[in-house]
Ligand binder design. Structure first.
Ligand SMILES: Cc1ncc(C[n+]2csc(CCOP(=O)(O)OP(=O)(O)O)c2C)c(N)n1
Length: 554
């Protein structure tokens, strides 16, 4: 009888779910997984220089492709290095699976000082996952992986963690004793109750002034076509959250973009009599810290029941997969609304918003315009936590689904490693990372990963030699007491070139479009560096961060 190791069971189970790429960094306890990867070269492994990059790459891969991203890490410190990235995936509901090793099964949580012994590794990852578990045996590995995939593919897609003790990874069993996963079908996705669909369809067809609010759930469920059809049927303008950008093309006649801070938007919402919210949790940054007034009638579609009524009371909650629920609504709507959109000229409102941003920041907007006009319509833009990103959320036209990757968790250092993962998932698309000098330095070592694996992204590095956004806040709240915000930076040109990659240094923004074109045509990762300080976006800071005592609740 052929025998298999636990490592082999891990690899073959991942393959049964269609996983074609994993991101990781080996360690002594995880080596049996690596031995199985050695035997299965068809499952690509991208070896990173820091585990946080493995988890960010899995996040970027997942956001860009819609399929779960998988990383492999080793017991204790290696695994722990992924937590900020997994917290980011958790915040934004991204399906990332972290498969990791554990110390030998007789030493788990005994605090005896075994090599890499973590204190309660499952507990550590419970904080950044929706579901996690340890396989209790070699034969138990497929079941925990099956549950991890079911959780990510059927429920709200948030990260999962699976750990396997090193003796179970390296140990062998008879292959026939393994309950192999033979179907990657994770089970049916949830639909909303038919009676509630009827009620919602009635309310929508009779609304005088409906608005649609599209969140990241539209991307996760792939509900773009249904969203556009529904908005056209209702002639309802569509506003998105940051995570929802691209859920409807920016130049669709009914698309408003991300607007909670625009003068034009609050009055429009006041005139609306019904809001249909899809795949959103009304987070702080989307609602000006929950100060945005929503129409009295709210129909909230979400896969996660816990979101209904959490921040805004819902008149009706439709719990289910966004694509399936929108299809149910489309089928249930008996009348087509004809005529014009009640809100008037939506494209005009969009241009008004763009004009006021241009007025507030002509330099900033010119730079963003250069980027937009140079990259392809379906280019994937990955934003770090830099001032240009805060402008971009409000100002950058997003045309295609899953093409605006932004860490809702506010994670500095997200941009570059996540862009690498997005490019691995979408090799045919342009992938551009926009980062500041502070954020870029979190993952500089992974310039080596880009070089070694031939991952070709473009980095636009806005170098203001400091944590610009925090300097602004020290200006506003702390009498310009600049402290710990000025950076002594390396020579990014020599650094990039030391890794065998390209660097284009600019002295002023005028050269950006040409440099970007050059970089996009390059055969390897290219860093375009621009010394530039972005101004503060209007309605600064986004989202408003309260300093001092919380308001009293009476
Ligand atoms: C992991 C993490 N650490 C710290 C912060 C706080 N933080 C937010 S933005 C920022 C500065 C970013 O500097 P840079 O990347 O140079 O962009 P700039 O603000 O200059 O545009 C810092 C330190 C954070 N958001 N995330």
């Amino acid at each position: 009888m052929p025998e298999v190791t636990g490592g082999e069971v891990v690899v073959r189970t991942l393959q049964a779910y269609g996983v074609d790429t994993v991101f990781g960094l080996p360690g002594v306890h995880a080596l049996a997984i690596y031995d199985a990867l050695f035997a299965h070269p068809e499952l690509r492994h991208v070896a990173v220089r820091h585990e946080q990059t493995a988890a960010y790459m899995a996040d970027g891969y997942a956001r860009a492709t819609g399929r779960p991203g998988v990383c492999i890490t080793t017991t204790g410190p290696g695994a722990a290095n992924t937590t900020a990235a997994m917290g980011t995936s958790y915040f934004d509901s991204v399906p990332v699976l972290n498969v990791m090793s554990q110390v030998p099964s007789d030493l788990v949580d005994r605090d005896k000082g075994a090599l890499h012994e973590p204190k309660d590794q499952l507990g550590l990852f419970r904080a950044v996952t929706k579901w996690n578990a340890r396989a209790g045996s070699i034969e138990g590995i497929p079941a925990v992986l099956r549950e991890a995939f079911r959780t990510m593919l059927v429920e709200r897609p948030r990260p999962t963690q699976v750990e396997v003790c090193t003796d179970h990874l390296a140990g062998k069993v008879d292959s026939e004793a393994v309950p192999w996963v033979t179907s990657s079908e994770p089970g049916p996705r949830r639909r909303a109750e038919p009676a509630l669909i009827e009620e919602a369809a009635h309310a929508l067809t009779h609304a005088e002034a409906p608005v649609i609010w599209a969140g990241g759930g539209v991307h996760r469920a792939g509900a773009w076509e249904e969203l556009a059809r529904l908005s056209e049927m209702l002639q309802a303008p569509v506003v998105t959250t940051i995570q929802g950008l691209g859920a409807i093309a920016h130049d669709h006649p009914l698309s408003l973009g991300y607007r909670p801070y625009d003068r034009t938007f609050a009055p429009l919402l006041e005139r609306a009599d019904l809001l249909l919210a899809v795949g959103t949790r009304f987070a702080a940054g989307q609602t000006a810290n929950w100060n945005l007034k929503l129409p009295a009638r709210l129909i909230h579609v979400d896969i996660d029941e816990a979101e209904i009524g959490k921040s805004y009371p819902a008149s009706l909650g439709l719990i289910g997969d966004a694509r399936l629920v929108l299809r149910q609504l489309l089928e249930a709507m008996d009348s087509h609304r004809t005529g014009k959109c009640w809100a008037g000229d939506v494209a005009g409102l969009r241009s008004e918003a763009a004009a006021s941003l241009k007025e507030a920041g002509p330099r900033e907007m010119a730079v963003l315009d250069d980027i937009r006009q140079t990259v392809e319509r379906n280019a994937v833009l990955v934003w770090d936590q830099t001032k240009p990103a805060y402008w971009a959320a409000r100002a950058f036209p997003v045309y295609e689904p899953r093409s605006f990757l932004y860490p809702g968790f506010g994670t500095l250092g997200y941009g570059f490693p996540t862009a690498l993962g997005a490019k691995v998932g979408m090799p045919g698309r342009q992938v551009v990372c926009i980062t500041g000098d502070g954020g870029f330095q979190y993952a500089l070592a992974d310039l080596a990963t880009a070089a070694q694996f031939g991952i070709n992204v473009t980095v636009i590095l806005f170098n203001d030699r400091g944590y610009g956004v925090l300097k602004d806040l020290q200006d506003i709240n702390f009498q310009s007491h600049y402290y710990a915000v000025d950076l002594l930076n390396p020579d990014f040109g020599r650094l990039t070139e030391a890794y065998g990659l390209r660097h284009i240094g600019l002295s002023e923004p005028g050269g950006l479009a040409a440099a970007l074109r050059d970089a996009l045509e390059s055969d390897r990762t290219t860093v375009v560096e621009l010394p530039m300080t972005f101004g503060r976006p209007t309605a600064w800071p986004p989202p408003p961060v309260r300093q001092g005592a919380p308001p009293s609740r009476s």
